[in-house]
Design a protein. Structure first.
Length: 197
């Protein structure tokens, strides 16, 4: 069975673990870089991107996750996780710098401006109940990045090879379709790695 971790340095970890289980994989709480070797995929949750980035640096996750990506193992970033994956962040230095996107933090306002919107995500979900909390958005995609969904003309979901990112929080709904989509990515990536071996 596939093992999918959730980086547990800060943010909405428990909710992601439930969604992973619902979508048919084994959820793993990740607090140490040594755990990465045993995983097939990982989720970078929402939270405060600057804080998570600093903790990732402190505990060796920057190098660890870059190596994880180079091995062909999928990474899914939600909200702050999207910011962590981006190659460019408005007014900030990138953290992992893996995804061909330029993002803007808090693009939809502050915590009190949080909202829910139904999104059409072709190939993933029709009418997905997306929860936006101090959400970023993708100002620009280039290279290999592909737009999956927009809200009010702003790009809020993107994909690039084994990378997936959403500006919203899919774990805060009872709808596991985006997690199921990611786990399908993880499954295909594992099959590819086994073929190469």
């Amino acid at each position: 069975m596939l093992k999918v971790g959730v980086l547990a340095l800060q943010g909405a970890v428990a909710e992601h673990l439930k969604c992973i289980e619902k979508a048919g994989a084994i959820p793993v709480t990740v607090k140490k870089t040594e755990q990465l070797a045993d995983l097939d995929g990982i989720i970078l949750p929402g939270g405060e991107s600057t804080t998570i980035g600093r903790l990732m640096n402190l505990y060796g996750f920057i190098g660890g996750l870059k190596a994880f990506h180079e091995e062909g193992k999928p990474i899914f970033g939600t909200c702050a996780g999207m910011i962590l994956l981006a190659k460019e962040i408005e007014g900030e230095r990138p953290h992992l710098g893996l995804m061909d996107i330029n993002v803007e933090r808090n693009a939809f306002g502050r915590q009190i401006d949080s909202f829910e919107a139904e999104l059409m995500i072709p190939g993933v979900a029709v009418n997905f109940p997306a929860v936006f909390i101090r959400a970023p958005y993708v100002k620009e995609t280039y290279g290999e990045a592909r737009i999956l969904a927009k809200y009010n003309q702003k790009t809020v979901a993107v994909e690039q090879g084994t990378l997936l990112a959403t500006a919203f929080h899919p774990e805060l709904t009872d709808d596991p379709r985006i997690h199921a989509y990611f786990i399908e990515m993880v499954k295909k990536a594992k099959q590819r790695r086994l073929l190469v071996k």
